[in-house]
Design a protein around this ligand. Structure first.
Ligand code: NAD
Length: 352
């Protein structure tokens, strides 16, 4: 197995692995371990080349540092990319080699699920390394993070309602949900139980019809959902939906959902603020998954009560972000980034 360091200014440790015997080609990026071991999933994707894979792994690893710091977890940020088609290239020998690659970081990088990677793949990695999270609940691990992410988003939406309407109660509030997959459907269930009026959409028609029947929601088309007149728009599908075209057409007071990277560019956060639309920074409101995983890394292992308390803490983090944004007249995305930079600077001071 050939492991080579790659140059990436601003990152602690980035390595490429080429394993001739199995054919594995992968990169692991450790962005920061200032606050703790670098946690981040393994993405399996057929990149067009190593440059594209490197760009992606660096962006994702830095994003994990920010997400963990904002959730106030003793974790840093990292990510792995396995270059290959998730349907054809995840052979047992490559996954075992990937496990050895993860192990070569000696615990400074801890892996988990991501796009193209399933629990059964992680179970193979776990034969070669202890530094794997998100295995099944039966094995004492934290399991599927979707339900925790959904509950965290629900708490976050309540904090947003409080900020805009002076009450966190979703009763009678209108919410438009884009994407009712693992997280979106969970958000819908919590909101329906609390008496919110829901409109939803998904490109999978049978799925959205099933969830809508279950929670008593109205269904609209994927083209129309983000322009619904509503109190809250909850993007729970794709990133990059908040752009120059969409923002002037939004008819909501709040944007709060689980999708990663909702702002196409940071300046789109400013555009939302100009329109007086409250934006819950995605990496603040969708941190339920990482909180769930962080629990299993604690001494004593996974602890449901601890997770529930920390999920409620997402609302407190958002309140802090909204207060800073209000007082300093800055976008909520800028306020969130500032909190992260302060926590990282304090972590650096503590370790130096
Ligand atoms: P998922 O694949 O289970 O669900 C996504 C849903 O969105 C699918 O049902 C899909 O059909 C639908 N969809 C795709 N394009 C759409 C469109 N144009 N319009 C309407 N619906 C569309 O994924 P998930 O785990 O629920 O995650 C959703 C988002 O949240 C992703 O951006 C993910 O990165 C992010 N996220 C998930 C977690 C987690 O714990 N699962 C944690 C943090 C962030």
């Amino acid at each position: 197995m050939d492991i080579t360091p790659l140059r990436a200014p601003g990152y602690e440790d980035v390595r490429r692995c080429r394993d001739q015997a199995s054919g594995l080609h992968a990169i692991i990026a450790v962005h920061s371990t200032v606050l703790g071991p670098a946690l981040g999933g393994m993405r399996v994707h057929l990149y067009r080349g190593e440059d594209e894979a490197l760009t992606d792994v660096l962006r994702l690893a830095a994003g994990m540092t920010f997400k963990a710091a904002l959730a106030d977890l003793p974790l840093g940020g990292g990510k792995a990319v396995f270059i290959g088609d998730p349907k054809r290239h995840k052979t047992e020998s490559r996954l075992l080699a990937m496990g050895r690659f993860v192990e070569s970081f000696g615990g400074r990088y801890v892996t988990a699920e991501d796009v193209g990677c399933e629990v059964r793949d992680l179970e193979i990695l776990a034969k070669e390394t202890r530094h794997v999270t998100g295995l099944s609940r039966e094995s004492g691990s934290s399991g599927n993070p979707g339900p925790a992410t959904a509950l965290g988003v629900y708490h976050g939406i309540r904090a947003c309602l409080d900020e805009v309407f002076g009450s966190p109660d979703p009763l009678g509030r209108s919410v438009a949900i884009q994407g009712v997959g693992s997280v979106g459907a969970g958000v819908a269930r919590h909101l329906a139980q609390a008496g919110a009026r829901l409109t939803m959409s998904d490109i999978e028609v049978s799925k959205v019809e099933r969830v809508a029947r279950e929670v008593g929601a109205r269904v609209t088309s994927p083209e129309e959902i983000i322009y619904e007149q509503c109190d809250v728009l909850a993007p729970c599908a794709l990133g990059g939906i908040l752009d120059d075209h969409a923002i002037p057409r939004l008819r909501c007071r709040i944007v709060a959902g689980c999708a990663n990277n909702q702002l196409l560019e940071p300046r789109h956060g400013d555009l939302l603020a100009k329109r007086d639309i409250l934006y819950a920074p995605d990496y603040a409101i969708n941190s339920g998954g990482i909180i769930n995983i962080a629990s299993e890394l604690r001494p004593g292992g996974f602890d449901e009560k601890w997770v529930q308390a920390r999920l409620q803490g997402i609302a407190d983090t958002l309140r802090q972000i909204f207060r800073i944004a209000r007082e300093e007249r800055i976008g909520t995305h800028v306020a969130a980034d500032r909190i992260v930079r302060e926590r990282l600077a304090a972590g650096k001071r503590a370790t130096s």
